[in-house]
Design a protein around this ligand. Structure first.
Ligand code: PMP
Length: 404
């Protein structure tokens, strides 16, 4: 039995008021809230064993190193990576994508082709454009359909012997569409291309198995998974991580340094230059422990109920259009009401204590496709309730009356 009232007790922020109203937090696709156990982990680190890792003989440094490396193993187990050294700590999804893009700038040749999907976050578009400018490779796009899904017929046609890389998100943060990543990966592998999957929006809802997917790179951010900001991960198959060069030079990532020549450390340290976000890395592990204790199957089933309920209730509002109607979606709803600007709706909802996101959601090409300036986006987490959805619907009706 999924006990949402009990789960809500774990999140201190859910008790607060905004503009005199109880907070209704529906901006989970921007960042998730933090349970007490993760907050405690952060406090414990700075209160009891704050030290730099991998280089100290003293007790605090050993303790911090052990906890940081234990967290890497938790992440490895969560994503079912074969080796813990295939997990690289990064500052987030954006950093992880840029790391891989920089690595491929040494591998790609002019006229090579890379494919992105039309549903990408800007962080999975811009680094590849920069890569193309640098290498002379071409960027091709899997188009989207009116329903907010990918046109897979065109995808299969785009693949050819020049395709070296394919990038796609697992779930669209703007529309909630779950993309057919296994089909994308298998087809790319048939012609020898590598695949990077952006899991930033999928990982709060789905537990991916990187070995079963046979994906080459998978990236995610802790802050969307009940963890802190400023930390995330890159999973890479060992062979790829060994092939691509280091992203940044500095301490931690070297084996020996002389002015004649530097040799690099092995995985994962080769990609972890400088003092990392130690506390964040440890708290990332605590967040995964927390979410796994709640259970991803339960989370998905409950959020699906919220999605279904909110979709039905929203569609009762005259003139409301939901963007993204894929059969397989996570709990993200992007909508507009008539010609009302999403920002105006968001502002009124905020006055009533409801946090939604308005705008382009870092996905301008999707907004351009629908020819709209942006949407209102309500994104749910497992700590949200149907009652909160009712509060939003009532507030939305009020906003529409005021703005029509
Ligand atoms: N890709 C997707 C699908 C996202 O949802 C996000 C965050 N909203 C990102 C990439 C970027 O993540 P970050 O800002 O944590 O690097």
């Amino acid at each position: 039995m999924f006990d949402v009232a009990k789960i809500r007790e774990d999140f201190p922020i859910l008790k607060r008021f905004v503009n005199g109203k109880p907070l209704v937090y529906f901006d989970n696709a921007a960042t998730s809230q933090t349970p007490q156990v993760v907050i405690d982990t952060i406090v414990d680190y700075y209160s009891n064993y704050n030290a730099n890792i991998h280089r100290g003989v003293h007790a605090l440094s050993q303790e911090a190193t052990d906890k940081y490396e234990a967290s890497r193993i938790k992440i490895q187990q969560h994503f079912n990576a074969k080796h813990s050294y295939e997990i690289i700590f990064t500052s987030g999804t954006t950093h992880a994508i840029n790391l891989v893009a920089a690595g491929f700038s040494e591998i790609l040749n002019p006229n090579d082709e890379i494919i992105v999907s039309a549903l990408e976050h800007h962080s999975n578009i811009v680094p590849w454009q920069m890569l193309c400018e640098k290498t002379g490779a071409f960027l091709k796009v899997i188009p989207m359909t009116e329903a907010g899904t990918l046109d897979m017929t065109i995808y299969h046609r785009l693949l050819n012997k020049n395709t070296k890389l394919v990038f796609c998100n697992h779930v669209s943060n703007a529309l909630g569409t779950v993309n057919p990543i296994k089909e994308i990966i298998d087809a790319a592998h048939k012609i020898g291309a590598a695949v990077l999957i952006d899991g930033a929006q999928a990982t709060p809802h789905i537990k991916p198995d990187v070995q079963a997917l046979d994906v080459d790179f998978y990236v995610a951010s802790a802050h969307k998974l009940c963890g802190p900001t400023g930390v995330g991960m890159l999973y890479g198959k060992q062979a790829w991580l060994e092939k691509i060069p280091p992203y940044q030079g500095g301490g931690e990532m070297i084996e020996t340094v002389t002015f004649q020549k530097t040799t690099y450390a092995g995985l994962p340290h080769k990609f972890e230059a400088g003092t990392p976000n130690i506390c964040g890395g440890i708290a990332f592990g605590a967040a995964l422990d927390y979410m796994n204790a709640v259970g991803f199957e339960q989370i998905a089933a409950y959020e699906n109920e919220l999605l279904k309920y909110a979709t039905e209730e929203l569609l009762k509002i005259e003139g409301l259009r939901i963007y993204g109607t894929a059969p397989e979606k996570t709990a993200v709803i992007s909508f507009n009401v008539g010609a009302i600007h999403p920002y105006d709706i968001g502002t009124i909802l905020d006055k009533l204590g409801i946090a939604v996101r308005t705008g382009q959601h870092c996905t301008q090409p999707i907004m351009d496709f629908y020819n709209i300036p942006g949407t209102v986006r309500a994104s749910f987490s497992f700590y949200n309730t149907k009652e909160e959805i009712d509060v939003m619907i009532t507030a939305l009706k009020k906003a529409v009356m005021m703005l029509s």
